[in-house]
Each structure stands twice: as structure tokens, then as C-alpha cells.
Design a protein around this ligand. Structure first.
Ligand SMILES: [Zn+2]
Length: 142
């Protein structure tokens, strides 16, 4: 897979853990959890679907074949993400940007994808600030 974007989601619910999401997605008949990474409430980063497989997280814009999918557990329409979740997200994004040469402009909220009609990842997840903070990641000398 050649990943050009990273799409950030909230799960929209307060699942206990990644295993619960994986079980749910498998019950839908999917091969595995739809996201490539999940960040749990305490900021723990848990691998989801392997990175060499297309995702199942954003049909709009053909993003399942163009974008890695990252989900944070919670509903950020009604609460703020925990600081540990935001810290974990920033460091994951930094790593994936370097690994796949994806610029900060390639980090999108699910609802920012053309044709995606969703509030995901919620009004309280401030992706604009995160993009700003990560803007220089690819410019730094190794
Ligand atoms: Zn989403």
C-alpha cells in the first residue's frame, strides 16, 4: 500500500478497549478491525489492522486504499479527548509522517474528507492545532 493520508477518527462510543472494537467489526463480517491504530482512553496505542492491508474506516474519497486509519476511543462531540490521548496521537502521527513521507496537510479528520458526511472525529478534537504543531516534522534534518 502507498499511504498518502492519515485519517483521524473518534469511535463515537466509550468502548472498554480495542478488543471490543475488533470483535464488533468482525461481527460485521469484516476480516479485522477497520482501523490501523487505536488510541485507548489512557493513551495506550494498540495496533489494529496490519499496515499492509487496506483499511475499512472511510469509504469517501477512496480513502480506504489511500489512508491509514487512526481512531481514538471516545465521543469527542460530547467530551474532550484525554490529554494522554492527544499526546499519543501526536507522537503516532509524527512517526507515521516520517515513515510514509506524509506532510501535515495529509492529516485529515474523517469529516474533512470530501463526501464524508460525519461529525467524526468530533468538535473537541483540535486537528488544526495538531497539524500546525506537526507542520515542520518532514523538514527537520534526520
Ligand atoms: Zn470516522
Amino acid at each position: 500500500m502507498h499511504w498518502k493520508y492519515i485519517i483521524v477518527h473518534h469511535t463515537g462510543a466509550e468502548e472498554e478497549n480495542t478488543a471490543q472494537i475488533r470483535n464488533y467489526h468482525r461481527r460485521l463480517g469484516w476480516r479485522d478491525i477497520g482501523y490501523h491504530f487505536v488510541i485507548e482512553r489512557d493513551g495506550a496505542l494498540v495496533p489494529g489492522r496490519v499496515q499492509c492491508e487496506r483499511g475499512a474506516h472511510c469509504v469517501a474519497g477512496g480513502m480506504n486504499t489511500n489512508a491509514l486509519g487512526v481512531a481514538l476511543i471516545g465521543n469527542f462531540e460530547i467530551r474532550r479527548p484525554h490529554p494522554e490521548q492527544v499526546t499519543a496521537l501526536a507522537s503516532l502521527l509524527r512517526r507515521l509522517m516520517v515513515e510514509h513521507r506524509i506532510p501535515a496537510t495529509g492529516i485529515l479528520g474523517h469529516g474533512e474528507v470530501n463526501g464524508a458526511k460525519t461529525a467524526c472525529p468530533g468538535r473537541y478534537l483540535d486537528l488544526r492545532s495538531l497539524r500546525h504543531e506537526l507542520n515542520s516534522v518532514l523538514n527537520k534534518k534526520a
